[in-house]
Design a protein around this ligand. Structure first.
Ligand SMILES: C[S@@+](CC[C@H](N)C(=O)[O-])C[C@H]1O[C@@H](n2cnc3c(N)ncnc32)[C@H](O)[C@@H]1O
Length: 288
């Protein structure tokens, strides 16, 4: 296209954008005027569709989190595992922690999060600072180099680990739960259990086999799954409710696996009935 024609086209586009913008503004102004007019009549307004801005929601979340830092139940993320992870695992952990903190911040009754055993300027600290950027300094989380046993009474602490022989029965509001803050793609079984044993702490595992049709696979959940479960348990005390989203995630995963298997064997086998997916879903719920 010649440069003259290009200029002409871009001018036309700019003109069109301007007129659309002007029309949108005009419409918004008219709506505002109409709203103001309605308000003057003194009649009660229909507020069920009242829009709450994101900024207001953020302020509410912040307020709740600040409250939790004063009055809330502590929840510890034990950051003592930086020597057990490679770069990729550390990066995954950083992202899972961000997600966990996000779930907590948006909760109705958040935990007071403690990142214990976090070595200042250590690899873990650097990873989190990188993930969060400037927001790291404003994060409403207690960060300390101290161990949880130096911060809280030992008899209040419960270390959560999938390898514990003790099954968690109920959520205790006066206890302080600890989550081992690491992701191990090459699964290092028993690592958090041995940490807890060294410190002579009570350990518990989630009752996954009781509520989920889990099979024989590993029962290690991710950090964000852990905090979601604990937040729901704290609110409701209901295991079914707390594990509901895991069941859904599992179902989706199992369905995907099943579908990819089906694709692989499609050539050799007769067509599957459309009820295959439903069967997988039923499987997941059959222990309820
Ligand atoms: C990805 S897991 C780490 C697994 C690791 N192999 C270990 O030794 O704990 C991260 C943390 O989530 C918690 N966790 C995961 N699944 C759990 C379960 N089924 N019961 C209790 N805690 C669990 C534990 O605190 C664990 O340290």
């Amino acid at each position: 296209m010649s440069s003259g024609l290009q200029e002409e086209v871009s001018e036309t586009l700019e003109d069109e954008e301007d007129s659309t913008l002007a029309a949108t503004r005009k419409l918004a102004r008219m709506e505002r005027l109409q709203q103001a007019e309605e308000n003057k009549t003194g009649k009660p307004r229909n507020t069920y569709l009242l829009r709450i801005s994101l900024k207001t929601m953020m302020r509410l979340y912040k307020w709740r989190t600040v409250q939790s830092m004063i009055f809330g139940q502590p929840l510890v993320f034990d950051m003592a595992y930086e020597n057990y992870m490679n770069c990729r695992e550390m990066n995954n952990t950083g992202r899972q922690l961000m997600e966990s903190e996000g779930w907590n911040r948006r909760a109705v009754d958040p935990f007071h999060l403690h990142f214990c055993n976090l070595k200042i300027d250590g690899p873990y600290h650097k990873e989190l600072a990188k993930c969060y950027g400037e927001a790291w300094d404003d994060l409403l989380v207690t960060v300390t180099e101290q161990s949880h046993i130096d911060v809280f009474p030992r008899n209040k602490l419960i270390y959560l680990t999938a390898d514990s022989p003790n099954v968690m029965k109920t959520f205790e509001h006066d206890k302080i739960y600890i989550i081992g803050s690491f992701v191990d793609r090459r699964i290092q079984t028993g690592l958090s259990l041995s940490q807890a044993k060294q410190l002579k702490l009570t350990t518990q595992r989630l009752p996954l086999e009781k509520y989920l049709n889990w099979g024989l696979g590993g029962k290690n959940l991710t950090l964000d799954q852990m905090i979601r479960i604990l937040l729901i348990l704290k609110d409701t005390g209901d295991w079914m409710e707390a594990l509901k989203f895991i069941r859904k995630q599992e179902c989706v995963q199992k369905t995907k696996q099943k579908n990819s298997k089906n694709k692989q064997t499609k050539k050799n086998t007769p067509k599957k009935s459309p009820t295959t997916t439903n069967c997988v879903e039923k499987l997941c719920f059959c222990n309820l």
